[in-house]
Ligand binder design. Structure first.
Ligand code: KIV
Length: 283
């Protein structure tokens, strides 16, 4: 299947087709995600928690992001990939944002980048990145890189004033020429209001059913990452249990001397070579 472009996403919205968006962080998972026909992959800075074992996304570096985006690109050569700009890779200035967004394109061949936040400073970064020829996705609502200010990992936009602020932020980012916006952790009515007023694709994660598309963190939805599961995650599998059981069975078979003994999992020599070898050993 041909790789989709941002124009295809606009067309999907016009046709009333939902955009399916999923994270991936490595080659093997990316291969499966592409095989499943997912429209868009996010290499999120959530990789800090899901792959690197940090408690938050703050320690994730540009080099971490580039390395994982490269692996995902190798696994999913025909899928639209969004690289997530990590903490302090764009906050300092428009110039810093352009340089780091450029690294994603140049070193990892992603199709677009995403950055968190909705105020005038972020609008300026998005505009600068777009003007340098790179497609930028906004991300508003529950934005983990602004954890201190938004009061922790919890739903946003739950008062009329806070909801209106998000509607206005979405408009601001659209005017700054974001090609799409991800809305995270807001009541469905807020996701709906933002989507109805938007002229660009609105993707949601924990933003209800009305957005133009949905994102989930793959490790949450297959039950791989089990440290914490947000309310909005539906579990489609229990991979952690499947893998843990496989590891236990392997350990037991090795300890009992039952692996590897069957001919399917061991190599043989031709009989005459083996006899010659054994004769040499006996000399
Ligand atoms: O890093 C990530 O995976 C994200 C999602 C949580 C939206 O930004």
């Amino acid at each position: 299947m041909a790789k989709k472009t941002s124009n295809d996403f606009v067309q999907m919205v016009a046709n009333g087709e939902k955009i399916v968006y999923l994270t991936a962080y490595d080659y093997l998972t990316a291969k499966m995600v592409e095989k499943a026909g997912i429209d868009m992959i996010l290499v999120g800075d959530s990789l800090g928690m899901v792959c690197l074992g940090y408690d938050t996304t703050f320690p994730v570096t540009m080099d971490d992001m580039i390395r994982h985006c490269q692996a995902v690109r190798r696994g999913a050569p025909n899928t639209f990939i969004v690289g997530d700009m990590p903490y302090m890779s764009y906050q300092a200035s428009d110039e810093q944002a352009i340089m780091n967004a450029g690294r994603f394109i140049k070193e990892a061949q992603v199709d677009a980048i995403k950055l968190e936040g909705g105020g005038p400073m972020i609008a300026s970064r998005i505009s600068a990145i777009q003007q340098s020829g790179i497609q930028a996705m906004g991300h508003i609502g529950l934005t983990p890189q602004f954890m201190g200010q938004i009061g922790g990992y919890k739903a946003q936009g739950r008062s009329a004033g806070a909801a209106m602020k998000l509607v206005n932020e979405a408009k601001l980012l659209e005017e700054a020429s974001a090609f799409a916006i991800l809305v995270e952790g807001v009541p469905s009515v807020v996701g709906k209001a933002i989507t109805e007023r938007a002229g660009i694709p609105i993707l949601g994660i924990g933003a209800g059913p009305y957005t133009h598309g949905q994102l989930l963190i793959y490790a949450d939805m297959v039950g791989f990452y089990d440290n914490f599961t947000p309310k909005f995650v539906k579990k489609y599998a229990n991979v952690a249990e499947v893998l843990t059981n496989a590891f236990k069975e392997y350990a037991q078979e090795v300890r009992e001397g039952n692996f590897p003994i069957d001919p399917d999992h061991t190599y043989k020599m031709k009989e005459e070579e083996m006899n010659e070898f054994l004769a040499i050993l006996e000399k």
